[in-house]
Design a protein around this ligand. Structure first.
Ligand code: FES
Length: 184
């Protein structure tokens, strides 16, 4: 008896099998294509959002800070909290030359930038090196409800300094004004 594939295999003939396989591949391709289009559309509908830390933040109560330069928030918030006999201000821990983070040397009462040697005093005046301007000060206020210090990091005080024998200096009394100084 001659070999009949249908008799040997009660299931699909070779031709039927190939036809079905090719149909399945076709539907799979369409589904993949629709899936890709859908994903692309969804991606288009969801905007690119970059979640960054807020530029307005609280840093505790004035009583948490003593006289002098406090460096506890330098890494986390890029600020120094400074208290003098009259009140408090916030200096931005970014060198005005090319943006490195200066280090505070309390024994010298100086900030020194490790990158190119700019030197600042505790008021942010430039006492040496290539920095072209004094350190920024940020906005500072007190929350009327909980009494905490509120820092507005992007609100910047940046007065023109005077070139003197001592460096690039801004008169301190002119800087100690709201919203860059609190009398506490
Ligand atoms: S970045 Fe500070 S001196 Fe250059």
């Amino acid at each position: 008896m001659a070999n009949d594939p249908k008799q040997n295999d009660p299931g699909l003939s070779r031709r039927e099998f190939l036809t079905k396989a090719s149909q399945a591949a076709g539907w799979g391709g369409i589904a993949a294509s629709l899936g890709g289009t859908g994903a692309g559309t969804l991606r288009y509908m969801i905007p690119n959002i970059l979640y960054e830390p807020s530029s307005i933040f609280k840093i505790g109560k004035p009583s948490d800070y003593g006289i002098g330069v406090d460096t506890r928030l330098t890494k986390e918030r890029q600020i120094w909290v400074v208290r003098n006999e009259r009140g408090m201000y916030i200096m931005v821990a970014i060198c005005r030359h090319l943006g490195c983070t200066p280090n505070w040397f309390p024994d010298q009462k100086r900030f020194r930038c490790p990158c190119h040697g700019s030197i600042y005093d505790d008021m942010g005046n430039v006492r040496g090196g290539p920095a072209p301007r004094t350190l920024w000060r940020s906005g500072i206020s007190l929350d009327p409800v909980d009494g905490q210090i509120v820092v507005n990091f992007n609100q910047r005080q940046d007065p023109d300094p005077k070139g003197t024998d001592e460096g690039l200096i801004v008169e301190e009394i002119g800087r100690e004004v709201p919203p860059f100084f609190i009398n506490v």
